[in-house]
Design a protein around this ligand. Structure first.
Ligand SMILES: [Fe+2]
Length: 294
């Protein structure tokens, strides 16, 4: 293992999706910068920052939380992808003028579809910082489509590395967290929302987030920030909670993986602990049933 590279905590990887991993190209042996791969910072385009003042306030909150690199990922369909790089340049100018030590990088949050591969071939897809990584969410809030595995496989065949955004927020995943394995097993990274961990998205989302992380079927924690206070760009508390659950070593690996994402380097995913997911699920169900009917 190269110097500075956190090892995979489980010691095992899935051969099906293993990528060749070398030493991280950034500052080996030093602290890994805090990276947030999901936020709605660009003013006036979606339900995120309303204006530049709010975007700047969000950058201040993110920086105070320890984030050094944050991706601006507006909802696709609510913004023209061509407008994103200019908006990101402007946010970086604002941050520099306000002496906020943070870098904003471009991205976009797409609905999962194999058609994104065609957009990519045409050079029209707004991937994360121009890397092969693309942030995708489930197309339907209340449904886990039976095409998830196929779509992710198709995108990977088209040279993309999909990151599935906040599956724990979707009711089908809350009922059955194992669904996420369909995405992980064909190579998707899974991103949990920091707010879900902390209980801000309800107990069901929190429970799903905890289960997925405990089973190492989640690889990134991001803010999905929309506002400086109501949905803030904070990840440090959630990472600390994650360390208490999954161990410091795993969280160090997650921080390293987030850095690899924004620098466009492959990430070798840990083998999910299916047993932990299933056993803990049934165990929690029993407790919940008992609490409901003592
Ligand atoms: Fe989002």
């Amino acid at each position: 293992m190269a110097e500075g590279e956190p090892g995979l905590p489980t010691g095992e990887t899935s051969g099906a999706r293993a990528e060749v991993t070398g030493a991280p190209s950034h500052m080996p042996g030093t602290e890994i910068p805090q990276v947030d791969v999901h936020s709605h910072l660009i003013p006036g385009v979606d339900d995120g920052a309303r204006d530049e003042a709010m975007a700047l306030a969000m950058l201040q909150v993110a920086s105070a939380d320890g984030t050094r690199i944050i991706a601006a990922t507006p909802h696709a369909g609510e913004v023209h992808p061509e407008a994103i790089p200019g908006a990101v340049r402007r946010l970086n100018e604002l941050a520099r003028a306000a002496e906020i030590p943070i870098e904003v990088i471009p991205g976009c949050e797409y609905k999962l579809s194999r058609a994104l591969g065609d957009e990519h071939k045409l050079g029209r897809l707004m991937t994360l910082n121009g890397t092969p990584y693309v942030l995708v969410e489930l197309p339907d809030w209340n449904q886990w489509p039976n095409s998830v595995g196929e779509s992710i496989t198709s995108l990977r065949d088209d040279g993309l590395w999909p990151i599935l955004a906040h599956p724990e927020r979707h009711p089908p995943v809350q009922r059955c967290p194992e669904l996420v394995l369909e995405a992980v097993q064909v190579g998707a990274l899974v991103q949990l929302n920091a707010g879900s961990f902390l209980g801000y998205n309800g107990r069901e989302a929190q429970r799903a987030a905890v289960l997925l992380l405990s089973a190492r079927a989640a690889h990134l924690i991001a803010s999905d920030a929309h506002h400086p206070e109501a949905r803030p760009p904070r990840v440090a508390d959630a990472l600390a909670r994650a360390a208490a659950l999954a161990g410091e070593e795993y969280v160090r690996w997650m921080r390293w993986a987030a850095m690899r994402v924004v620098t466009g380097e492959p990430v070798e995913l840990p083998e999910p602990d299916l047993q932990a997911l299933r056993l803990r699920e049934s165990w929690l169900e029993r407790i919940r049933d008992w609490l409901a009917n003592p």
